[in-house]
Design a protein around this ligand. Structure first.
Ligand code: PMP
Length: 434
C-alpha cells in the first residue's frame, strides 16, 4: 500500500485550507487512520510503533476498550447538558482528581485544553494577588491563548509580544547552551535561586505567581535538578507569591517515579495551583486547574466553560484514569522507561551526535549536536524523524533550537516494544550521523 498517493493528495488539500503556521512532521505528512495499543496505522496501510502518543496525549493506549465503551455509552445517553445542571461524570472525575492532587482543600475546574487551564490559573493567581506580574521559566511553553503566549519563553512559539501580564523570565530548566551548563546540580540550584531573588529585587511591588513545567515539554524535555522547585518555593513563600505547576505533560505518572512532576522536588508542600490536560482524556479535549478553595473561590462573579468537563469527555477520562491506576502504569513507566533509556545511553557511547540523553520515566529527550563544534543540530533531528518514520516508529522533536528528539509513548509500553522501538531509533541516529 505504501506510496499510493493518498497522503500527497490530502497534504495538498490541507495546504490549501489550513493556516501555514500549523506545522506537520515529515517531508510527506502522513494521515493516522487508526490505532490499537501502542501501534497506529496510516492511510496508506503502514504500521508504526507510537513513541509520541499525539504529543503525550494517548496516555494509556490507543483504542482502549474501556474508554471506547464509556464514551459511546455516555454519547448514547446525552452529549451535553451544560454546567447549569448536575453532571455526574464531571463530579466523579473532579472528586478523583482532587483526591490525587496533593493540594489541600482542593477545588477542580475543568476546561477543554491545557491553554485554557493555564489561562484560568493566571486569572486566579493575578486576581488573588492583585498583581499582573508573573514569573515564568526561560524556554517555557504554556499554550497559545493571548495570556499563555505571554508566558512562553521560546521565540519559535511566540507570535506576539503583546501581553495582558508582565512576565519576567528566570533560569531553572534549560542548561545546555547556557553558562550554567558546567555547574553541578547543587551549584545550578544555587545559581537559579540567586537569579530568582535578583529578578524579584528588580520587579516593582508584589508579584502574583511563578508558573513552571516540572520538565519542559516543547522546550525539549529540559529537566531541572530534583529539589529546584522546593528551593524556589522557600523563596516564593517569603513574598507570598503563588506557585503554579503546569503538569500538562508531566502529570499522571509519566515521569515514573512520581504521579506529578512537582513531587520530584520534595520540600514542604504542594504547588498552590496545578494545571493538567493532554493525557487525562487519552485524546479527548480535556484540561483543568486544581487550587485550594480559598484561591479557586476568589473569583466573585459568574464564570463557566461551556465544553469544559462535558459528560462525554469526563466519562472517557474517568475510564482512562481507572485503567491507569488499576494497571499501575506509573510503575510501568518507571520500569520500561529505564529499559529504553538504557538502550539510548548504550548507543550514545558510539554516536557522538548524541549530546545528551535525559528525562524521567517515559518522557525521554535525546539532544543532537554537531560533534565538531557542539552546536545544536536541528537538521540531524529532522533526518532522524524521517529515518524513524521509514523504520516504522513515530517520535517527536522540540527544544529552543529544535534539535531534541522527544520520546513519550503511551504508558502501557511493553519491554519488548521499548527494545524494538529503541533499535529503530538507534539505527536512525546512526544513519543521521552518516
Ligand atoms: N502546557 C504545556 C506544558 C504544554 O505542553 C501544552 C501543549 N503542548 C500546553 C500547556 C497547552 O495545551 P493545549 O495545546 O491543550 O492548549
Amino acid at each position: 500500500m505504501a506510496g499510493t498517493g493518498v497522503h500527497t493528495e490530502l497534504a495538498k488539500r490541507r495546504r490549501a485550507v489550513l493556516p501555514d503556521w500549523v506545522a506537520t512532521y515529515y517531508d510527506e505528512p502522513i494521515e493516522i487512520e487508526r490505532g490499537e495499543g501502542r501501534h497506529v496505522w496510516d492511510a496508506e496501510g503502514n504500521r508504526y510503533l507510537d513513541f509520541f502518543g499525539g504529543i503525550l496525549t494517548t496516555m494509556t493506549e490507543h483504542a482502549l476498550p474501556a474508554v471506547t465503551a464509556a464514551v459511546s455509552e455516555q454519547a448514547g445517553r446525552i452529549l451535553h447538558s451544560s454546567t447549569l445542571y448536575l453532571n455526574r461524570p464531571m463530579i466523579e472525575l473532579g472528586e478523583r482528581v482532587a483526591e490525587l492532587s496533593g493540594i489541600e482543600d482542593p477545588r477542580v475546574f475543568f476546561t477543554s485544553s491545557g491553554t485554557e487551564a493555564n489561562d484560568t490559573a493566571l486569572l486566579l493567581a493575578t486576581g488573588y494577588r492583585g498583581s499582573n506580574q508573573v514569573l515564568a521559566l526561560r524556554n517555557s511553553y504554556h499554550g497559545r491563548s493571548f495570556s499563555a503566549l505571554a508566558i512562553t519563553g521560546n521565540r519559535a512559539w511566540s507570535p506576539t509580544s503583546l501581553s495582558p501580564v508582565q512576565t519576567a523570565y528566570v533560569h531553572g530548566s534549560r542548561r545546555r547552551g547556557t553558562k550554567l551548563a558546567e555547574l553541578s546540580d547543587e551549584a545550578f540550584i544555587d545559581a537559579c535561586a540567586e537569579d530568582l531573588e535578583d529578578v524579584l529585587g528588580q520587579l516593582h511591588g508584589n508579584v502574583a505567581c511563578l508558573i513552571a513545567e516540572p520538565i519542559q515539554g516543547v522546550g525539549g524535555f529540559a529537566v531541572p535538578p530534583d529539589g529546584l522547585f522546593a528551593r524556589f518555593k522557600e523563596i516564593l513563600d517569603r513574598y507570598g507569591i503563588l506557585w503554579i505547576s503546569d503538569e500538562v505533560q508531566t502529570g499522571w505518572g509519566r515521569t515514573g517515579e512520581h504521579f506529578w512532576g512537582w513531587q520530584a522536588h520534595g520540600g514542604s508542600g504542594s504547588p498552590d495551583l496545578m494545571t493538567f490536560a493532554k493525557g487525562l482524556g487519552n485524546g479527548m479535549s480535556i484540561g483543568g486547574v486544581v487550587a485550594s478553595a480559598e484561591i479557586m473561590n476568589s473569583i466573585e462573579v459568574s464564570s463557566l466553560s461551556t465544553f469544559g468537563g462535558s459528560p462525554v469527555t469526563t466519562a472517557g477520562a474517568l475510564a482512562n484514569l481507572d485503567h491507569l491506576l488499576a494497571h499501575d502504569l506509573q510503575g510501568n513507566a518507571l520500569r520500561v522507561g529505564s529499559v529504553l533509556r538504557g538502550e539510548l545511553e548504550k548507543a550514545r557511547e558510539r554516536l557522538p551526535i548524541v549530546a545528551d540523553v535525559r528525562g524521567k520515566g517515559l518522557m525521554l529527550g535525546v539532544e543532537l549536536a554537531r560533534p565538531d563544534t557542539g552546536a545544536p543540530d536541528p537538521a540531524a533531528a529532522t533526518r532522524v524523524l524521517e529515518e524513524t518514520r521509514r523504520g516504522g516508529l513515530l517520535i517527536g522533536k522540540g527544544g529552543l533550537d529544535n534539535n531534541v528528539l522527544r520520546i513519550a509513548p503511551p504508558l502501557s509500553l511493553t519491554e519488548q516494544e521499548a527494545r524494538d522501538g529503541g533499535a529503530v531509533l538507534v539505527d536512525a541516529l546512526a544513519r543521521a550521523q552518516e
